[in-house]
Design a protein around this ligand. Structure first.
Ligand code: SF4
Ligand code: SF4
Ligand code: FES
Length: 318
């Protein structure tokens, strides 16, 4: 069947360097891969179309781009899977959160700078071993999920926090940081976690799950970030808004069975943090006006003891 590829074009060297969309019609069947269709366009219809690819086998990480608003690896995705419910047009754009160089090619320095910032190398202490550093099979098996990252940038492209805060380290870099924190041969956990605890680090993720959904290798960046949060708290890094928010959230659910939304920010920021308390006043007024202000006295749900029993069970397992 015929499919229309609606491609976002941008050429900084043109006389009018503004992005625009251009349509190309290609013939596809059930097995046609998106990257093959784009290469076909470049070779047979428009040689100026610029894209990046190399292995064509989901290994090199070169061909991430946005299709219908979500990042995919073009060489791992069938065109037919991308067709909307009605119509036969697919919109293809460069990966997000990175500057566009030309058409579907983005500048990866932003990505690599963040990966480099987490010091992605082993930092063992003491004299080097005679032969090699030993790690158990179990430990290395655990790391396989995260070492499978091919640095394609799909997760960075769709990270909702990076859209608004370029200081955030982002999913790929934080997954890489986890890879070293969880490696038994690395002895810099405490320092690493202290750095990741800062602004732009593990507590800035909003758990939107976009990175999990678009990762073509099942790395589960958000899961790694949550694991880093646990580790940071175990290492005693508990005095950040993020850590206090997590602790308060847990305590409030344990106490009442549902979240006491009024006390959550108070416990997170501290009652005497006047600056933050003042910032909450407009939110309080707006929620009052919309009839959404949480009750001042939060009642525990019936059967809350069952919730507390679950907490106890989990705490005893730790
Ligand atoms: S879960 Fe966190 S890291 Fe992943 S995309 Fe959302 S905000 Fe970004
Ligand atoms: S975590 Fe997944 S999506 Fe992100 S760079 Fe690695 S392979 Fe790509
Ligand atoms: S071309 Fe290598 S991952 Fe797609």
């Amino acid at each position: 069947m015929e499919v229309t590829l609606n491609v976002k074009r941008y050429d900084p060297d043109s006389s009018k360097p503004a992005a625009y969309y251009q349509e190309y019609t290609v013939e596809v069947n059930d097995t046609t891969i998106l990257l093959d269709s784009l290469i076909q366009v470049r070779e047979q219809i428009d040689e100026t179309l610029t894209l990046r690819c190399s292995c064509r086998a989901a290994i090199c990480g070169s061909c991430a781009m946005r299709v219908n608003g979500h990042a995919v690896l073009a060489c791992k995705t069938k065109v037919m899977e991308l067709l909307p419910k009605s119509g036969n047009t697919i919109t293809i754009e460069p990966a997000g959160n990175m500057p566009v160089i030309k058409d579907l090619v983005v500048e990866f320095n932003v990505f690599w700078d963040k990966v480099k910032a987490v010091k992605p190398w082993l930092q063992p202490q003491g004299p080097p071993p005679q032969a090699e550093y030993i790690a158990s099979n179990e430990a290395m098996q655990h790391l396989v999920g995260v070492t499978g990252c091919i640095m394609c940038g799909a997760c960075v492209s769709d990270c909702t926090v990076l859209e608004v805060d370029k200081n955030f380290l982002g999913p790929a870099a934080l997954a890489k940081a986890y890879r070293f924190v969880a490696d038994p041969r690395d002895d810099a956990d405490s320092v690493r976690l202290g750095e990741l605890n800062e602004y732009g680090g593990i507590w800035d993720c909003t758990r939107c799950m976009q990175c999990v959904e678009v990762c073509p290798k099942g790395v589960d960046p958000m899961g790694r970030i949550m694991a880093l949060r646990d580790k940071a708290m175990q290492y005693g890094y508990q005095n950040t808004y993020g850590a206090r928010h997590a602790t308060a959230f847990t305590e409030l659910i344990k106490h009442g069975g549902t979240l006491d939304e009024l006390r959550l920010p108070i416990k997170t920021y501290g009652m005497f943090n006047i600056k933050q308390m003042v910032k909450l006043i407009p939110i309080g007024i707006r929620s009052q006006l919309k009839g959404k202000r949480p009750p001042i006295f939060h009642k525990a749900i019936p059967g809350v003891e069952n919730v507390r029993r679950i907490f106890k069970k989990v705490e005893n397992k730790r």
